[in-house]
Ligand binder design. Structure first.
Ligand code: ZN
Length: 345
């Protein structure tokens, strides 16, 4: 079967033949129906420090945002059966450490990431994953929507952590798929104003087309700090959610935030950022980071939100491609000329 990933060190992406894996006793074999490309996959394409440090070997199949059908179960699997519709939670917790035992498995001390730390991933026809991280999805939810539960779950975790209250002005830095999802969730959480900030023309146009944000700021031509202050009578935002990981945006978040406001950092910083603690002391800012999704509280809430039709996960999808088009897909994302790209294996 065809797979997309890495056959060797260095930049680039490979399309290669990969043997269909056999599930272990506590694993399930899943026929992948839809799988999205994430920023993490781009680390491997560019072969940066993150990829060099984490790569488990070759051949390596990439991909960790996906949905599919269980086609085989290991002998000890009890909660899933052949024919079940599932989506993959990429965090593989150990189940025994302090954090796993206090209900925070998503930040497990021995955490491994499916599709990152494993040789198998979802950019192929059949993949294996532990039963414990295969989330059963109701039959009435489409595969393409279920493949987006993972990034949407990150957005939901962030918005829950931000504790948006009705009337809040919410500024979202970054209009990638997760930033766009955060805009939707801020809207239904009662924000009086949702402001999106982005530098990519393509992503600004996508955000404008989706039309959730009240204001979009092109940070390549406009100073977002001045603009947010102008929109808030000089006070700043009640909630800032940083979803770009850009060093400039992270620094800006402290200036955009009003006194006594909340900043949630979602985007992984592209490099070390120096910030002045006196800014968040004097402003009494509450700054938090979020990592992945709550397991599995976030998942159950995502399922119910999708069923309520209060959110639209598909609107960030700009391309559906075959595995053979992987090269083109990664080039589009590198140029910032795509929202979410789904592979349909
Ligand atoms: Zn653990």
């Amino acid at each position: 079967m065809k797979a997309v990933g890495k056959l060797r060190e260095g930049p680039g992406i490979d399309v290669f033949d990969f043997e269909r894996p056999k599930p272990g006793p506590t694993e399930v074999l899943v026929e992948v129906k839809a799988t999205g490309i994430c920023g993490t996959d781009l680390h491997f394409y560019h072969w940066d420090d993150y990829a060099r440090k984490r790569n488990p070997g070759f051949p390596k199949v990439l991909g960790h945002e996906f949905s599919g059908i269980v086609v085989e179960v290991g002998e000890d699997v009890r909660s899933l059966k052949v024919g079940d519709k599932v989506a993959g939670e990429p965090h593989i917790p150990c189940g025994n450490c302090y954090y796993c035992r206090v209900g925070k498995a998503h930040i497990c001390e021995n955490l491994r990431l499916y599709g990152v730390d494993t040789l198998y991933g979802s950019f192929t026809k059949y993949t294996i994953l532990p039963e414990s991280i295969a989330v059963k999805i109701p039959d009435d939810i489409d595969f393409e929507i279920a493949a987006l539960f993972e990034p949407f779950g990150v957005a939901l975790h962030a918005v829950n952590d931000a504790e948006i209250r009705p009337g809040d002005v919410v500024v979202v830095l970054g209009c990638g798929p997760i930033g766009l999802y955060i805009q939707q969730l801020a809207r239904i959480s009662g924000a009086s104003k949702v402001v999106g900030v982005e530098v990519s023309r393509y992503r600004l146009e996508l955000a404008a087309k989706i039309g959730v944000a009240d204001e979009l700021i092109d940070a390549s031509t406009t100073d977002p700090i001045k603009q947010v202050l102008k929109l808030t009578n000089g006070r700043g935002a009640d909630v800032v959610i940083e979803a770009s990981g850009s060093v400039v945006a992270i620094k800006n978040s402290l200036e955009i935030a009003a006194k006594s406001s909340r900043i949630v950092q979602v985007g992984t910083a592209s490099r070390y950022v120096e910030i002045d603690p006196n800014v968040f002391i004097n402003k009494e800012l509450r700054i938090s980071g979020i990592f992945g999704r709550l397991m599995f509280d976030t998942w159950y809430k995502v399922i119910e939100l999708v069923r309520s039709r209060k959110v639209n996960l598909l609107q960030v999808v700009t391309h559906k491609m075959s595995l053979e088009q992987a090269q083109e897909a990664f080039e589009l994302l590198t140029r910032g000329e795509a929202g979410k790209i789904l592979f349909i294996p």
